[in-house]
Write a protein that binds this ligand. Sequence first.
Ligand SMILES: [Zn+2]
Length: 433
Amino acid sequence: MDQSVADPRLTDLTARIAERRDDLIALTQDLIRIPTLNPPGENYREICDYLAARLGRAGFAVQLIRATGTPGDCDEYPRWNVIAHRDGVRAGDCVHFNSHIDVVEVGMGWTRDPFGAELIDGKIYGRGACDMKGGLAASIIAAECFIAEFPDFAGAIEISGTADEESGGFGGVAYLAEQGFFSPEKVQHVIIPEPLNKDRVCLGHRGGWWAEIQTFGEIAHGSMPFLGDCAVRHMGAVIDRFERDLFPAMAARRTDMPVVPEGARSSTMNINSIHGGQAERPKNSTALPSHCVPDSCRIVIDRRFLVEEPLDEVRDEVRALLDDLVQTRPNFEYSLSELNHVLPSMTDRDAPIARTVAANVARVMGREAEFVASPGTYDQKHIDRIGRLKNCVAYGPGLLELAHKPDEYVGVDDMMDSATVMALSLADLLAPK
Ligand SMILES: [Zn+2]
């Protein structure tokens, strides 16, 4: 702890968090042990009920909200969200901590129980440990300790646990933003405790454009391909143009956003899948394929773009390459359909929440906070575009590189430090002066 924490109440607040280490561990373990896999969206109600009980005991007014009719919502897998609100004793700003409750599939390669939440050498293991149940637990401890230390605080504190971030957030933050929960009249500051490392403040994220491209051919006997037209070869020409023109052009573009890791400071594109001709043969099938020239080939592209690139230009650049092939390659026909898009979001580094969290990172960690931006998107997009709330950052414990990996874990010391940063940030924004 840095000497600049001179205010005795801040010293007391920091000490209060230090005393809650075991509670923080137990809370994180409880959250990991509720497997909230998405897809399909399991146990959302269970984790919301758990959070509602916990936050209700801390004096929050709690609402459970089902995002009825959003993608994936059904009676078997309802999209439940929880929002907890605690008013202070007088008017002031509202600070909102938003965490997603869902976790991605387990995948292979684990040496720990993915839902066992084992504590080993100061690390808690499990799917969702760092992304982002550790951050959710840290924000709860931070809020509880702040309220205990400053019962006379101004404004309000909110904590939400929201569905489906890992699949776009439509049944979570997007839905709540549409209902007005993130309007700037109601909420003035948002912290999203995603795992960006405890000494980094994340200002926003790049944009994304997802599209499917299909090339067409003509079916014929495989022994006489010259009587047909091979859609896979046409797609080969598309990929060749990507290699020669698009990938070098994207790599040459650099953003002023502080995106990490370094490679994501340029535009990027992933070819997510490719499929042409007959359906893929089941792994253990002994059946042989029939001999046909494929008349269709499809790829899905995942194009990540910079805050400096307008979405229209991103789309037009790909379409121009395809149109050029129509002109230059005999019988080339294609279709292009957009699957989804997300615009970039970037909070100003002088915004109140960014400055406040960065100052407290410096206070707790004894070194300057690093401002970063995320290569992939997260729920800030909905808070920005639907909620129209610009004063939002991501800040939370855990290593970004561990998200979605086998043997995912969150460090207890990291959670303790982040909880301290969050609590001191609450004190800066809401404590009586
Ligand atoms: Zn996450």
